[in-house]
Ligand binder design. Structure first.
Ligand SMILES: Nc1ncnc2c1ncn2[C@@H]1O[C@H](COP(=O)(O)OP(=O)(O)OP(=O)(O)O)[C@@H](O)[C@H]1O
Length: 582
């Protein structure tokens, strides 16, 4: 990791000879993190900053700024933190100790968005990175906050009319040089709201295009193909069924083969398809060459029909958008910042790569492999994104209490999780400085009894002055979400979807991703819903796909539970889910 750092840089930063020898043996930042408790803090901080690619002068500037912060913190009136944040020009305050954090808990929900920890600060406010940056970390470790601050930092380089100030390369700067993007519309609405808190100046905020990737892809492809249509899943299956006949597989299988193998690996010819790897694709792994040929022809026919009808899927759209940009050489943004990246399909990664020219500060990507709830594993190198030497991990959760974290981490089970670029990801040093109540798990004889109990719990939260919009109820299926909303409504409790704010928010576990609430109830955590049988490949069909599917269901429960800041209530009827910690 420090291969290119000369000894004199270490010495200049006060790092002793023994530590230099150890540092030279470290392959990556995870190993450096693990040594934190064995090294003097100042030396470890300096190494962490060096590892992120800073020059010795930048490291000095950062460390001395932190020192000044530490000293001046003693003069700050601790009762006046909220107004201190508002006074501070860049809306950032450094928070290190649990006491300070507890103070902050008292402040309004949204004010949280504007605090930075020195480690996050080092990433977000770094002058520049030589290429793509990856920020990983467990739920609530501030990946989104760091990404937002990075956007604000990048925006400061530009005059409000879009002219680049700091890095004048002589090229024309796009009107909106920065794209802040994520997975879904719900999340891009949340990001937009948070960016408004952080970048107060309207003109500067206009430099940032906040849009989910599907919308970005849509705009690129539409310019070439005109109006685009997106058939619903029933229409799509019917179309693919019509082409499946000769290939001895179902239309659904064919469609998945196209999206998960052909588009995922960007296979362009029958030859490439015959050679392609297809781990976790059930019976397709066992198809002979003749059958694969038939499948390839059926896929060609189905996609030709879709193209003739002007019909698209969002994965295809992303793939096509990347192709168009690569073909024309157009790069609509200077910087692309991606949040919740763990679930991006490889075609969407190709699009991300194609959206900005390669170079300094081109891509900034945040994600957590433990929160992967769709089945997309990707090698960043294969999609042309090289983060080597520029990956950073956050380990302190500022959202949930240690009690909630310790419980939720057990939901994940013990199977190793594949991180980005095939690196195993772990949560062993993932902690929270906050403490509170242990999550409670409640068993009920029937679903009706479970819903009655939920109504009482939510009423209790409301009467103890928890704002309705900071309460969320999550369930595995849409049908159960509907039942929950009716049960709460029958008791006079207003409810709304997770993206709205007109009552207690209720939604599926999938749509909880990226959000956070003071109190969370996870309902239907029984064996009937988790794992959801219809979403798990049969063991006999494909053991690898079976194991992936089960892990994905675990991750889903983990995502739902780690949305809770203060209180987590879990219930089920019938048998408990095997994922619940014993
Ligand atoms: N340095 C900090 N000091 C205080 N609060 C912070 C800090 N960093 C983040 N937070 C707060 O912690 C919570 C979680 O932050 P954020 O949403 O950025 O985490 P995340 O890593 O993106 O989470 P997830 O992966 O679960 O979506 C937010 O309420 C945020 O405001």
């Amino acid at each position: 990791m420090f291969g290119e750092v000369p000894d004199k840089h270490f010495i200049q930063l006060g790092i002793d000879a023994d530590t230099i020898r150890i540092a030279r043996l470290l392959p990556d930042e995870n190993h450096l993190d693990a040594l934190a408790i064995m090294m003097p803090k100042a030396q470890h901080d300096a190494l962490t900053a060096l590892a992120s690619g800073m020059s010795p002068d930048e490291v000095w500037a950062l460390l001395s700024r932190e020192l000044v912060e530490e000293v001046s913190a003693q003069d700050v009136d601790p009762d006046d933190l909220a107004s201190a944040i508002r006074r501070s020009p860049d809306q950032a305050v450094f928070v290190e100790g649990p006491e300070e954090l507890r103070e902050l808990l008292e402040h309004p929900f949204d004010v949280w968005r504007t605090f930075l920890h020195p480690r996050q600060e080092r990433i977000a406010r770094r002058d520049w990175f030589a290429g793509p940056v990856m920020v990983t970390g467990g739920a609530g470790t501030g990946k989104t906050v760091t990404a937002l601050h990075r956007v604000a930092h990048l925006a400061e380089r530009y005059a409000p009319d879009g002219q680049q100030l700091a890095l004048d390369t002589g090229e024309v700067t796009p009107a909106q040089p920065i794209l802040l993007t994520t997975f879904t519309t719900t999340l891009d609405a949340a990001l937009r709201a948070q960016l408004e808190l952080l970048v107060r100046d309207d003109d500067r905020r206009k430099l940032v295009d906040v849009r989910n990737l599907d919308k970005v892809a849509h705009q690129v492809v539409r310019q070439v193909y005109g109006k685009l249509e997106f058939p619903n899943s029933r229409e799509l299956t019917a179309l693919w069924d019509r082409h499946a006949g000769g290939s001895d597989v179902s239309g659904r299988f064919l469609l998945e083969e196209w999206e998960h193998v052909i588009l995922a690996q960007d296979l362009r010819t029958e030859r490439d398809y015959l050679k392609a790897r297809r781990h976790g694709r059930g019976r397709s792994g066992r198809m002979g060459p003749e059958q694969k040929r038939r499948v390839w022809l059926a896929v060609l026919a189905a996609t030709e029909e879709m193209r003739a009808n002007g019909q698209w899927t969002f994965t295809w759209l992303a793939s096509e958008a990347a192709d168009i940009l690569n073909r024309t050489g157009k790069r609509p943004y200077r910087h692309v910042v991606v949040d919740e990246s763990q679930d991006l399909h490889p075609a969407k990664w190709r699009l991300v790569r194609a959206l900005a020219p390669e170079g300094r500060d081109d891509l900034f990507v945040a994600g957590d492999p433990h929160q992967r709830i769709y089945d997309h594993r990707v090698s960043m190198a294969a999609v042309g994104i090289n983060v080597r030497g520029r990956s950073h991990r956050l380990t302190v959760s500022y959202r949930s209490t240690q009690e909630i974290l310790s419980w939720a981490v057990r939901v994940l089970g013990t199977a190793p999780v594949e991180g980005f670029d095939g690196v195993r990801s772990h949560l062993t040093d993932y902690t929270s400085p906050l403490h509170g109540r242990t999550p409670t798990v409640h068993a009920h004889p029937t679903e009706q009894a479970e819903l009655d109990a939920l109504t009482q719990v939510v009423s209790g939260w409301l009467t103890s002055d928890v704002e309705p919009g900071t309460i969320a109820v999550a369930a595995r299926t849409e049908a159960l979400v509907k039942e929950i909303r009716s049960a709460l409504a029958a008791e006079g409790i207003d409810t709304c979807g997770l993206a709205q704010d007109s009552g207690v928010r209720v939604g599926t576990m999938h749509s909880m991703k990226g959000l956070e609430f003071r109190c969370v109830a996870v309902v239907g955590a029984g064996a009937a819903y988790l794992p959801l049988e219809s979403r798990v490949t049969d063991l006999s069909e494909d053991p690898l796909a079976h194991a992936h599917d089960l892990q994905r269901e675990r991750n889903l429960l983990f995502v739902a539970c780690t949305r809770a800041r203060d209180t987590l209530y879990v219930s089920y009827s019938g048998d408990p889910s095997p994922f619940l910690p014993k």
